[in-house]
Design a binder for this molecule. Structure first.
Ligand code: C2O
Ligand code: CU
Length: 580
């Protein structure tokens, strides 16, 4: 079983155990003897079964099991130790075991809350709060049931609950290391290159009405179109892009997704520049020195901004190209899939490059039917020794790009995105839903990792948790138990080779995206990458997965490092890489 399924199964069992203990307690209060004993038996089995799932998770990685081993396991043992013997002796009135069952319910329930609300890393604060909750709930239930513990016992219980509550709250709420990321001050001095631009563009952001899937929808658009104008250049060009904001109240910027520009051109409001407000403008200038498929999007209010349409394609070609070069930026605008299907007649023998771009916040599945093809590049970087693929689908993460190349056959070819024909050279009726999916970690010709050692290592554990530090408590997407802006920045020195271990212990996919650098994939779930070197800027870390990626810190500045499910980024899953 995959670690992702194991996490889900463990969660279901934990809910079942807590629910059955509490239900059994309630039934025994109501003197429903068979029901109470039945539920208690289910609870006992479920609680013991967690020994198996927790052990398996701990073997998959301590990150997945830390709080379960340190907090849930002791509380579960206490539940079994208190409720088990009393159940065996439950002869006469079933109400006599009610408090024991309720205690077991509170113990397993609060352990569950620790996993759901706090997660990784397990902390003394969370453990103490859990204990406080169990003791308090048990004392209150005991009073309500008319149990008469001796005075000292109840005094001790109350004292334990209060002490645990106070200490636990203090430990949980007190700030740890002060974050050193500038927010809205101290932007890098613009080192904009002085060379004369060879390609000039102007993008004006504004509200607009555009057509999506045959219907007019309200959008935020560059130059009144979604996607915005396609920006093209040739390697060596100096691009100058003037961004104007007509009426986007949330502000706009341009972020060159996957393009490793100098830091002051990166377009992250509050970090590399101020957001461009209505009536203002900002001029970006950088050299096009990487060929490939990229895209641009606003990074101001990026979740809503990109979703509403503030994005476009950036293609940098190595020189003159022969054949057909088609960009397919996929997006969901107001619930309608873009682009509208295109049918284009293509002569047999013409070389075709399809540049697939996923500008949404979730993964899309692409299937090219009717021809063998190569995956020539991923995230703008050419693969080494790609081999022909037939009847194979590819999954492109949020923000990611795949270039597929083929020679047009005499018969039609069709590209399906999530089953919908988006680009074709004629009618193709092939069911692609059951095709196997390409694993890029095993595709193409391998090469040695270019570094003998790593100067710095960082681990990012992705999860969900209650974030109490802001003004309003929120259920955040967290990294190492913290949410933006409280995640400590990762500090590197220029020239360092940096290793990231990225662990997803949540129940959802996190498409990871580091600005300013491409990372080389080393391994996933302990299995080394054996295909072509994969230099990615966007990659899906699925539930239960552990990715190891590395890069050379060769682009100084303050860089965003975040989940490209932009709603997650907005809900806390953003941190920064900073050069000392
Ligand atoms: Cu395409 Cu920081 O994002
Ligand atoms: Cu995410």
């Amino acid at each position: 079983m995959s670690t992702g399924s194991l996490l889900a199964v463990d969660l279901v069992i934990a809910v079942l155990a807590a629910g059955a203990w509490l239900g059994g307690g309630a039934a025994s209060v109501a003197r429903r003897r068979p029901l109470a004993l039945g539920l208690a038996a289910v609870a006992l089995v479920a609680t013991l079964a967690r020994a198996i799932t927790i052990t398996a998770l701990a073997r998959a990685g301590w990150w997945f099991a830390a709080e379960k081993v340190l907090i849930a396991a002791p509380l579960s043992l206490a539940a079994v130790a208190v409720a088990g013997p009393r159940l065996l002796r439950a002869r006469g009135d079933v109400r006599a075991v009610a408090l024991a069952l309720l205690f077991a319910g509170y113990a397993t329930g609060s352990a569950l809350l620790v996993t759901v609300l706090h997660g990784y890393p397990a902390s003394a604060g969370a453990g103490l709060l859990a204990v406080a909750g169990v003791v308090a709930a048990t004392v209150i239930s005991g009073r309500a049931l008319g149990a008469r513990p001796s005075r000292p016992v109840s005094r001790v219980a109350v004292a334990v609950a209060v002490a645990a509550l106070v200490t636990g709250t203090g430990l949980t709420v007190a700030p740890e290391t002060a974050p050193a990321v500038p927010h809205d001050h101290g932007f890098p001095a613009a080192t904009r290159i002085s060379a004369e631009p060879t390609r000039r563009f102007t993008l004006t952001a504004g509200t607009a009405t555009v057509n999506a899937g045959g219907r007019d929808v309200a959008a935020w658009a560059f130059n009144a179109q979604v996607p915005g104008p396609e920006l093209t250049a040739t390697v060596g060009d100096i691009l100058e892009v003037t961004l104007r904001n007509r009426d986007i109240g949330r502000g706009v910027t341009l972020h060159w997704h996957g393009y490793d520009v100098p830091n002051d051109q990166d377009g992250v409001p509050g970090v590399t520049q101020a957001a461009v407000r209505p009536g203002q403008e900002f001029v970006y200038r950088f050299r096009a020195d990487q060929a490939g498929t990229y895209w641009y999007h606003t990074h101001s209010a990026s979740d809503v901004g990109v979703r509403m349409g503030l994005y476009g394609v950036l293609v940098v070609r190595p020189g003159s190209v022969s054949g057909l070069d088609v960009t397919v930026p996929v997006h969901t605008l107001a619930g309608r899939p873009l682009p509208a299907p295109t049918v284009q007649r293509v002569e047999a023998g013409v070389p075709v490059r399809l540049r697939l771009i996923n500008t949404d916040s979730t993964t899309h599945r692409y299937a090219l039917a009717g021809t063998a093809f190569l995956v020539a590049a991923i995230d703008g970087v050419d693969l080494r020794g790609p081999t022909p693929l037939v009847d194979t689908a590819v999954l492109i993460p949020a923000g990611g790009r795949y270039d597929l190349v083929f020679t047009a056959p005499a018969t039609p070819v069709s590209l399906f995105v999530d089953g919908r024909a988006v680009y074709s050279t004629g009618p193709v009726s092939t069911a692609t839903g059951a095709w196997p999916v390409l694993d890029p970690l095993g595709y193409g010709a391998t090469a040695a990792v270019p570094w003998p050692r790593f100067d710095r290592t960082f681990t990012l554990v992705l999860d969900r948790g209650l974030d109490l530090r802001g003004l309003l408590p929120r259920y955040a997407h967290t990294v190492n138990g913290a949410a933006d802006p409280d995640i400590p920045p990762q500090v590197v020195r220029r020239g360092d080779v940096v290793l990231f271990t990225i662990v997803n212990r949540s129940q959802v996919v996190h498409p990871w995206h580091l600005h300013g650098h491409h990372v080389l994939v080393l391994a996933r779930d302990g299995e080394p990458a054996v295909g072509s070197p994969l230099w990615l800027d966007s990659f899906d870390v699925r539930p239960g997965e552990v990715w190891k990626v590395a890069f050379r810190a060769d682009n100084p500045g303050m860089w965003a490092n975040h989940c490209h499910n932009l709603a997650h980024a907005d809900a806390g899953m953003t941190l920064h890489l900073m050069y000392s």
